[in-house]
Design a protein around this ligand. Structure first.
Ligand code: ATP
Ligand code: MG
Length: 775
């Protein structure tokens, strides 16, 4: 069939994969099939300048998981080329976090191991005329680089001879020069459209010792130089990174093509994992630690793997989260509730239900002789979790209940305790409140209640209860501290609109409470996760707990607003049906954007609704004066309110990433033009997103980008027909199978035709033409 070498291992079964099939596995499958590679080699390349965060979980799972799936190799490579920010303590923490997440690397490398090799490769570039020593200052280099609209100017040092360059570069290495005196640059093209290709820096002088190489080096390679070459040195086949490196790919290829033969590594970009209310940038996280805003890198509010671990989140929950968000090519910010959902879904079946009283109120049982206690047997699991097991639960004449479970003047529909009312104590008896004792300040200090000895099973006749509450027997209850965590930031996108992100810190993200927990927990393994009934999921803080004084971290509440949203929309969790955990759910709706509008913004909202704009989109635009102005201006250039609102809310707002609209390198007209091009089918939706990203990157007007990148959609049947004929001609057996009834093959033909046109054909039209041709 083919003369290519067979891949070393067959591609995995879909069921057995760590990483669900995605656009990257498609590339890998194609490469293996075409014989470009026999085995898959990936790497996870963190820079040891902080702790790994939840976003890295995705990169780890992708790189190490894909190597597992394809039985290839995965390297852990510390990208340690910047001596100023790197530290061995981060190296150690990163290794521990990756292992905790459940992944293994095959080989451990450091970019600093390659300093000598990289230096040699730089010499080769110089000798080939592909690199030169520049002696302009940093500022001059910036000025000479030009702008997105103007080409750069060559440095006066650009034509130094090879001999001169070699001598200077060797002097740089030896430490003959001061920092900033010289740099090594690639000699490429000062007029390149891609600014990165305008003679990028390869080496700079730094008289800073490195944590691994000490004072051996006075020059350090730039990331853009070291990274592709490290990949090539290690024989990496698929170099996976996040979308912000898309523009670097051209230089990546330039470099490895000049210095290595095939098979060379190739770079593929995927969208970062972003979550509302979280920050995933080590540079920002370090500010939280160093500024004392949190107790350390492993503060349970931190989105670091160490913080999530200390909080009690399991690796399985994080892997599930990554799986749910999927691997894509478009930046999006995930709902925070998705994280909470994944955590609850994981804990539901692993956390026994026990009781804790966090804000205690004393209850005296008047008909139980003082000092006498009964031992009850209470199951650990609710009936929807198929597990057995129970624990002894003491009941006595002195109890704790939750202060919030009693009301002296209960509102209508009160399901808990009130004067004269009765409730069931979970797993125990019904009690009736006969007397309320208040202190000097009128605060309730004690309830005097009667218990109904025959009420453990069926309710005795004539007794009605308003609900079920949790409780503890006071003499046996264990005093405990409870740490209730809220989101660390109060805004979904911390630092949006150009504000310093620290200003969006939620000042009430930690609430410490002293209460009690039932005695059974004392004998449990210390890493047991619990559901404290009606409170949420908790586990012991390993650092601060003692046997006498346990400290419990709340991992996540029981609220299930995501589950509710999921039942009404398609965007919900993909795996298991949503579940409401609680008998009396403390419901929390998603924030209502409309309710937050001011009186002045309301009429705008109504007007947009009148134009057909969706409710949340209308509220978001009306609620932000900058967006309002922009939206109205775009509308006057392209009158399609629904499409424009969609672009403004979903694409523009996301790309702003904290910038002001006026900082964007395009104007209203260009934005309106882009939407028009997408609306009239000149370009596909996918191409439109690409054009938009290019516009954000400053590549100019949409028509220019469409032309330069050949994105115009082919919607001309005459032009497509020969192509359709070719696809059918190339696949006679599939055509026969289709005609024999395997109509599912239509998708295959569409895919082939789209590939032939590199995605430029109008897929709708392709489908129609194929259907016609196939009869
Ligand atoms: P940070 O800004 O947090 O320092 P980084 O990208 O500079 O992030 P690196 O140490 O260079 O951090 O990251 C190692 C790898 O992890 C890179 O390949 C990077 O693309 C990937 N990565 C970083 N953040 C995310 C994220 N939020 N989602 C997915 N992958 C990520
Ligand atoms: Mg980085």
């Amino acid at each position: 069939m083919s003369e290519h070498p067979e891949p070393e291992f067959p591609p995995p079964d879909d069921d057995a994969r760590v990483v669900r099939p995605n656009f990257i596995t498609e590339v890998i499958d194609a490469d293996l099939e075409a014989g470009r590679h026999r085995t898959v080699v990936t790497r996870f390349p963190p820079e040891p300048n902080g702790y790994l965060h939840i976003g890295h979980a995705m990169a780890i799972m992708l790189n190490l998981g894909l190597a597992d799936d394809y039985r290839g190799h995965a390297n852990l490579r510390f990208d340690d080329t910047n001596p100023i920010t790197e530290d061995p303590k981060f190296v150690a923490a990163m290794k521990a976090d990756i292992a905790w997440l459940g992944f293994e690397w095959d080989n451990l490398h450091h970019a600093s191991d390659y300093f000598e090799t990289l230096y040699g490769l730089a010499l080769r570039l110089i000798e080939q005329g592909d690199a030169y020593v520049d002696s302009l200052s940093e500022e001059e280099i910036r000025d000479y680089r030009g702008t997105v609209t103007e080409p750069g100017q060559p440095s006066p040092y650009r034509n130094r001879t090879v001999t001169e360059n070699l001598a200077l570069f060797e002097g740089m290495r030896k430490g003959d020069f001061g920092e900033g005196e010289h740099v090594l640059r690639a000699r490429i093209d000062m007029a390149a459209r891609n600014m990165i290709m305008r003679d990028p820096l390869l080496y700079r002088i730094r008289h800073t010792p490195h944590y691994r190489t000490g004072s051996e080096w006075h020059i350090y390679p730039m990331y853009d130089f070291a990274h592709p070459l490290s990949d090539a040195i290690e024989g990496v086949t698929h170099s996976l990174c996040t979308l912000e490196f898309e523009n670097n790919r051209e230089f990546y290829d330039w470099l490895v093509e000049r210095l290595f033969d095939e098979p060379r590594p190739h770079q593929y970009e995927f969208a970062r994992l972003n979550l509302e209310y979280l920050i995933t940038s080590k540079r920002k996280l370090i500010q939280l630690v160093e500024g004392g805003y949190v107790s350390g890198w492993d503060d349970p509010r931190m989105p670091t793997l160490a913080g999530l671990r200390r909080r009690g989140v399991t690796p399985e929950a994080l892997r599930d989260l990554v799986d749910r968000t999927g691997v894509t090519k478009t930046n999006a910010r995930n709902d925070y509730a998705l994280l909470e959902y994944a955590i609850r879904d994981d804990l539901n079946s692993r956390a026994p239900r026990v009781m804790a009283v966090i804000d205690p109120l004393k209850v005296t049982i008047t008909n139980l002789p003082n000092g006498s206690a009964k031992m009850l047997d209470a199951p650990y699991w609710p009936h929807d979790v198929p597990k057995d097991g129970s624990r002894p639960l003491p009941f006595s004449g002195s109890l704790w209940i939750e202060r919030a479970d009693f009301s002296e003047a209960p509102p209508e529909g009160w399901r808990r305790l009130s004067p004269g009312g009765s409730v069931r104590l979970r797993h125990a008896y019904v009690i009736t409140c006969d007397e309320v004792i208040t202190g000097d300040d009128d605060r309730v200090v004690e309830l005097r209640c009667r218990y109904h000895p025959d009420s453990r099973g069926e309710l005795p006749a004539g007794l009605a209860v308003s609900g079920v509450i949790h409780w503890l027997s006071a003499p046996q209850a264990v005093p405990a501290e409870f740490r209730l965590y809220e989101r660390l930031f109060s805004e979904p996108v911390p630092g949006a609109g150009g504000k310093p992100f620290l200003e969006d810190l939620n000042l009430e993200s930690l609430l410490q409470k002293r209460g009690f927990v039932e005695p059974s927990v004392v004998n449990d393994p210390s890493d047991t996760r619990y559901q404290f009934e009606r409170h949420g999921y908790f586990w012991r803080d390993a650092r601060d707990s003692t046997r006498e004084g346990p400290v419990f971290n709340r991992i996540v509440t029981l609220r299930d607003s995501w589950g509710k949203a999921a039942r009404t929309s398609k965007a919900g969790p993909t795996k298991n049906a949503a579940r409401v955990d609680e008998a009396q759910p403390q419901t929390e709706e998603k924030p209502d954007l409309v309710a937050d509008l001011t009186a002045a913004q309301r009429p705008l909202f109504e007007r947009y609704r009148g134009l057909g704009v969706a409710r949340d989109e209308a509220a978001l635009i009306a609620g932000d004066s900058e967006l309002t102005t922009f939206f109205d201006e775009v509308l006057s250039a392209h009158d399609d309110p629904v499409a424009v609102a969609n672009w403004v809310v979903n694409d523009l707002r996301r790309e702003l990433k904290g910038r002001a609209l006026s900082d964007l390198p395009f104007d209203v007209g260009a934005f309106a033009r882009l939407i028009a091009l997408a609306d009239d089918g000149t370009i596909s939706t996918r191409a439109a997103k690409e054009v938009f990203e290019a516009m954000v990157a400053g590549e100019g007007d949409p028509d220019g980008i469409v032309a330069a990148r050949g994105l115009k959609q082919v919607s001309d049947a005459g032009a497509l027909e020969p192509l359709i004929a070719k696809v059918l001609g190339d696949n006679p057996d599939k055509v026969a199978a289709f005609r024999g009834g395997k109509t599912g093959l239509l998708g295959f033909f569409v895919g082939q035709a789209m590939r032939e046109t590199r995605g430029a054909a109008n897929p709708q039209l392709v489908r129609e033409l194929l259907e016609r041709a196939l009869g």
